[in-house]
Design a protein. Sequence first.
Length: 206
Amino acid sequence: MNILVCCSKSFYDRVSKIKVELESLGHIVTLPNSFENPQAEAEIWSHEGSKSHVLWKDKMFREQIRKVEASDAILVLNFKKNDQPNYVGGSTFLEMYEAWRLGKPIFMYKPIPKGILRDEIHGFSPVILNSNLSAIPRLTLDESVFSEELDVEHLFSVCRLHQGSESPCLFLGLGPGGYRCARRSIDDSEAGYCNGRYGIVTPTSM
């Protein structure tokens, strides 16, 4: 699975270790914006002023969208920041919203934080990993069930055959422009958003 790591810049020092572990589990990792230069935003503020900062933020927002679109899922690293457990900042919340809007699975390293955004994050239906990255499934695509039309009943039956009656289903679509997008459940009423071909995606055992 191609996973975009999302987190506060305060947690960038932990990202490299997470990346190594994800790759050892068979995933491809996309790093957060400005990961190579965490001080970029502060430097623009101090040396170029507010107008340049606005342009920089606009660029980062657009880059966030591109990265979410190109990924199969996002992983939110929400460690303790100052006195706030399981911290999720504004930019990370926007990435979570974009992933939800596109139907991408959202994995959270730790539980949903308390606070003003709790209900909204809960509404994104994230998968809580409780620090266990091995709970993220490796995915394979069964191209035999690809079709131009989304045959809900057929995909649902194949999903249950692969995963059992109690397991959630993931579906992969090839959307406009060639980017991939995944549905968390066949029951999702937005399942047709991709306007492309769909196939079932199933976990691969390690």
